[in-house]
Write a protein that binds this ligand. Structure first.
Ligand code: ADP
Ligand code: ZN
Length: 738
């Protein structure tokens, strides 16, 4: 719509309430209708809410006398740009989620509460009558007011911060002056600013490898239109170097770049790299920010002051004028698909939608691309760029399987592994031991009566935490003192199995002279802890690193020559059809930590099933071979990406209530033949934190048929009387089926 905004009419407003509809409000006469994407304040029941205008209309299905007027217009410039609003609407449709809640997960809290989109500066000025008042001595007995007015007269205009710096308690005085009409106060838009990270003496760009040069040429030629590139290369192979060169080109075109990373933990390194090479203002958006920091970053992005936006999941909704490229780093990572409140979405998939609609290229980077992405390459929808080979002299590490059945094992460490660690330490290498389980032991067992410490709230065992002498549930957080004796028979109890804490203890016994650092959520709580741990490895102060998933990503270890995966078997026999993919990704990612400097690396994977086809294919043909085999299996079983899934999950205080809700929901579904309904079934771990979980799966090879069914069905499910007794949510394209 162009020209003057129409007066009057109806605004259709999205509100942060769990209802899948818009709400109509009358635009008061004489007021210009708010533009789409602008915030308004509206009456809702007995309260006032801030909502976002989605569209303007001339009439409403709500009866004239029941139609309430908007009470305030908050924005002249929309908080949601056309591009973002479009994405939000698409997401609300596709994920069948109320648009108001989608907007709530996109917008920073401060903006939802009414903060201005542009930062404001508070300015104070003297008035003519103020000058007269001062000159005629009317302020003789009011020293604070006199001081403020004198200052203002001297400077003509002062910022609040300057007043604060010069006159303590100036505000009381200024307010008194304002009441007299002796000063004026105004809020003006501050010049938008984004921090330019300290430009670390501009690291010079290395000479690009042929693969990097080819990738950059390919992507560079596609700028200005939609295309998806898969940059498949090992960690440390120079993908970031490709991102840097593309961002450089984008900046030169006067455009901006959006970079999505799966975790907050990965942003500082990337920001540092960008800062070393690109002298451009940058905004960082992730969940670790305070509300004010988040608001500042969003403002910097929206104003265009920031030229590069780096963020986690919800940054896919960031406003970025003249966006030129979207980069999704570690595109396979599950953290890109998560839920905010009840809203489940894939930031990677939304990035693709955004790019398609805004006509710009996307780069999906990963050492282990998801099977979905690889299938899109096979189908010709994405272009795969021949993975940069590892920059630097180190070749890919040697991989080997260690048969846990054939060797003595102590605290999870087999004899060949212990010998390998010894060898690498003797050769001045560093060693990484990966185990995806924190704590000392996953089970506390009574050797006399067989009692096992259970969680009272979950279908799970409590994990032993030896150092803190606690028993903890890793699912609900339950926490209890560690008993010395069996509560059932009084006999001695014993920790069984191992977590990182126990492995660390055993390694200390075996290698007393090799300092160890452990990285898991029990010891690494904040950024500082992680930095300290990484520094002790980089500096060589520590020789062995023991850790969970936390160590599989990001950090570049130069002298890590041996990587041990203590247990590969958890992923081999899972009920989740994605477990094998996850396992292969983890193994490849963790193996990528070995041999990154000038030395070749060795990777040992312990398993009780060395003949397992997945492990065999991975060993002999690498990730690509594994992916081919896994995709063939998925095709045969009609799992994604060869079919589409949606799952309705429900939880209730009893298993019956959760199952009853899903059973009734299923009964309501008039499923066409193209859509299969499976279940309801109790979740694999049915009881969690005192609630019973169950799910109903919908599967179809025909995406449109599935979505048509969902669209007609979900509103009726929401109206089921039993729905009030459960918590439930829909997850489209779920990645966890548990
Ligand atoms: P990735 O993003 O795939 O993990 P990086 O881009 O971070 O890889 O590169 C890994 C390391 O190799 C970095 O230290 C980087 O500076 C260096 N590097 C990347 N490309 C080159 C190159 N063409 N020549 C020399 N060193 C390079
Ligand atoms: Zn629990």
């Amino acid at each position: 719509m162009t020209g003057a905004a129409p007066e009057g009419g109806i605004s259709r407003v999205a509100l942060d309430v769990p209802l899948s509809r818009l709400f109509d409000y009358r635009v008061p006469p004489g007021t210009a209708a708010p533009v789409a994407g602008a915030r308004v304040r509206v009456p809702f029941g007995r309260q006032h809410l801030i909502g976002v205008v989605i569209e303007h209309a001339t009439d409403s299905s709500v009866a004239e006398e029941r139609l309430k007027p908007l009470t305030a217009l908050l924005d002249s410039v929309p908080v949601l740009s056309g591009e973002v609003l479009d994405l939000v609407r698409w997401a609300s449709d596709y994920y069948h989620h109320p648009i108001g809640e989608v907007i709530a997960s996109a917008l920073p809290k401060a903006l939802r509460a009414g903060a201005t989109l542009t930062a404001l500066e508070e300015l104070w000025r003297p008035t003519g009558t103020g000058r007269t008042a001062l000159e005629t001595g009317m302020l003789a007995r009011l020293p604070a007011q006199r001081r403020v007015l004198e200052l203002l007269l001297r400077h003509d205009c002062l910022h609040e911060d300057d007043l604060s710096a010069q006159v303590p308690h100036w505000r009381t005085a200024a307010k008194a002056l304002l009441r007299q009409g002796w000063v004026q106060h105004e809020s003006v838009a501050a010049a938008p600013a984004a921090p330019t990270p300290e430009w670390v003496a501009a690291a010079a760009a290395p000479v690009a490898t042929p693969e990097q040069a080819a990738a950059v040429a390919h992507i560079g030629a596609a700028l200005g239109g939609y295309a998806t590139f898969v940059l498949h290369g090992l960690t440390g192979s120079g993908k970031t170097e490709v991102y840097l060169r593309i961002i450089e080109q984008v900046l030169e075109r006067g455009q901006r770049a959006l970079v999505l990373v799966p975790e907050i933990g990965l942003t500082p390194q990337l920001v540092r790299r960008f800062a070393q090479r690109l002298n451009a203002p940058l905004a960082v958006l992730h969940s670790g920010l305070t509300d004010t920091e988040r608001l500042d970053a969003w403002r910097a992005a929206a104003s265009g002051a920031a030229r590069i936006i780096v963020g986690t999941r919800s940054a896919v909704f960031a406003p970025v004028p003249q966006l030129g490229v979207i980069i999704v780093d570690e595109e396979h990572d599950a953290s890109l698909k998560q839920h905010e409140g009840g809203f489940h979405y894939s930031a990677r998939d939304l990035a693709l939608v955004r790019a398609q609609r805004a006509q710009l290229p996307v780069i999906l980077g990963s050492a282990t691309p998801s099977l979905e992405t690889l299938q899109n390459v096979v189908a010709g929808r994405y272009q795969r760029l021949s993975g940069p080979r590892r920059a630097g002299p180190a070749a890919a590490p040697r991989l080997g399987l260690v048969d846990l059945r054939a060797h003595a094992v102590s605290a999870g460490l087999s004899t060949p592994v212990v010998q390998a660690i010894e060898r690498h330490l003797a050769a001045e290498g560093q060693v990484l031991v990966f185990l995806n389980r924190r704590g000392y032991a996953p089970t506390l067992l009574c050797t006399a009566c067989g009692w096992v410490a259970p969680c009272k709230e979950c279908d799970a065992r409590l994990t032993v935490h030896q150092r803190s002498q606690r028993l903890r549930c890793h699912h609900c957080g339950a926490d209890a003192p560690l008993p010395q004796n069996c509560p059932q028979c009084g006999f001695e109890v014993r920790p069984v199995g191992q977590g990182t804490e126990r492995v660390e203890e055993r390694l200390l016994e075996l290698f007393p002279h090799a300092p160890i650092v452990r990285v898991d959520r029990d010891v690494v709580r904040g950024r500082g802890d992680m930095d300290a741990a990484m520094h002790s490895i980089d500096s060589g102060a520590a020789r062995i690193l023991v850790g969970t998933q936390m160590i599989t990503k990001g950090h570049d270890f130069q002298n890590m020559t041996l990587v041990v995966v203590l247990n590969a078997d958890q992923g081999l026999f899972s009920t989740d059809f994605r477990a094998a993919e996850r396992l292969a990704q983890t193994i490849v990612q963790v193996a990528g930590r070995a041999g990154r400097g000038s030395r070749a690396g060795e990777v040992l994977i312990q398993t009780a099933y060395p003949e397992h086809p997945l492990l065999q294919t991975l060993m002999s043909e690498g990730y690509d071979g594994f992916a081919r085999a896994a995709l063939a299996e998925r095709a045969a079983a009609a799992w994604p990406p060869f079919s589409r899934l949606a799952v309705v999950r429900a939880s209730a205080l009893t298993a019956e209530a959760a199952l009853e809700f899903l059973t009734e929901a299923r009964r309501l579904a008039a499923a066409p033949r193209a859509v299969k309904l499976l279940g309801p079934v109790p979740a694999a771990m049915a009881r969690r934190a005192g609630r019973y979980h169950a799910q109903l799966l919908l599967e179809s090879a025909d995406r449109a048929a599935l979505h048509r069914l969902l669209g007609g069905w979900l509103p009726r499910v929401a109206e089921l009387p039993v729905a009030r007794r459960v918590r439930w949510a829909l997850d489209v394209d779920p990645i966890d089926l548990f």
